[in-house]
Design a binder for this molecule. Sequence first.
Ligand code: ZN
Length: 257
Amino acid sequence: MSVTPEEAARAALRERQGPGARYDSPHAPGRELRWARRGTAYFARKLGELSDAELDRPSLLPGWSRRHVIAHVGYNARALTRLLAWARSGVETPMYSSPRQRAAEIEAGATLPARALRSLFAHAATHLDVEWRDLPDTAWDAEIRTAQGRLVPARETAWMRTREVWLHALDLDHGGSPRDFPPELLDAVLADVLGAWQRRQEPVHLVLAAPGRQPLTIGDGGPVVSGAVPELVRWLTGRGSAGVSADSALPALPRWF
Ligand code: ZN
């Protein structure tokens, strides 16, 4: 039986931690969990740099203050925790009971005292991480439903959280940049946006041109949109066109998800 370096490292870690220590299942989506945890730390750092008074300021999302973003990211972790409970038990527990309940929860959460808002984010993220660590092997492939109604395996929760923490850290409007993202994460976000549009058959026709890369034709092609990958990702995810230019007018884009 051959043992990969990763398995050997995991076995060594288990040895050091002794029996009873928690670690990710070998069946867990390791790469996405690492991104989600790193993104959680990134979001936490941005949040930690903001004073309580600064939380009242607008975020980059229309109509949302930073408080709304923080409440949303906190409640998103709780919603994903519900999906893991579903995967584990087989009893359907949706992320949110309705879009209206989701919106009302965010509105109410945004009015919490600053300290409570900060601990909502921290506690919900920790709880989610513990659920990931303790998820039984077989539950990673159990089907759950996203807030958009898509049936996906529970392992998708790691990617769903990855998107939330990294992108919303930018929305805090506190010096975050997609240049801070791991390069493979940028590629994964790019693929996710294009995949979502394809699934929904959005009529997007353009060519993406990043320096040093093969141009990427989307749909039937069209205007050539140029920029470095981080800036293209920012634009494709609906967060402004800084650093992006086109050989004609920049096309309007559908939402991501
Ligand atoms: Zn979100």
